[in-house]
Design a protein around this ligand. Structure first.
Ligand SMILES: [Zn+2]
Length: 155
């Protein structure tokens, strides 16, 4: 995907908008085209975040990744979510724990509901480790869990 980034021109509103608008875009896209495009957008975003930091292939330790991604995506970053923990699992996999994710804002679901946020972590871990990843959400705040938990593994 080729994107052109223009200078920030919203002098008054800056670069943030409401999560309500995000949910319309996300849920509306899934209604028409299922989850795949939303996950794909997240994957691209996560990979580009790491590329933008100059960290492609640079980090594999879960605790270091947690700190890096919480700084970048958390309260002091873009506010996608709070990254509570990232654990290294066998065979190059990771387990991600997060709260206050954008995907679950205002959402109640019977099945794990994160799509964009899950994609961001798949893409970011791909970028950081240099290994293509896939991901699955095992617990989700939209289903009443205290944290969203993703298991992200090499393809
Ligand atoms: Zn979730």
């Amino acid at each position: 995907m080729t994107t052109t980034t223009l200078p920030a021109t919203r002098a008054t509103l800056g670069n943030y908008m409401s999560l309500i608008c995000f949910q319309y875009l996300r849920v509306g896209t899934e209604d028409v085209a299922e989850r795949a495009p939303v996950v794909a957008a997240g994957r691209q975003r996560g990979y580009d975040v790491i590329a933008g930091l100059g960290l492609l292939g640079a980090v594999s330790d879960g605790a270091a990744i947690r700190q890096l991604l919480d700084d970048t995506l958390g309260e002091r970053g873009t506010r996608l979510c709070l990254v509570q923990a990232i654990h290294n699992l066998p065979d190059g996999a990771y387990r991600v724990h997060l709260t206050e994710g954008a995907c679950t804002f205002g959402q109640v679901a019977a099945q794990p509901h994160c799509a964009f946020t899950l994609g961001v972590f798949i893409g970011a871990l791909h970028g950081l480790t240099g290994t293509r990843m896939r991901g699955q959400e095992t617990e989700c705040c939209a289903c009443g869990a205290e944290e969203c938990i993703y298991v992200i593994s090499p393809v």
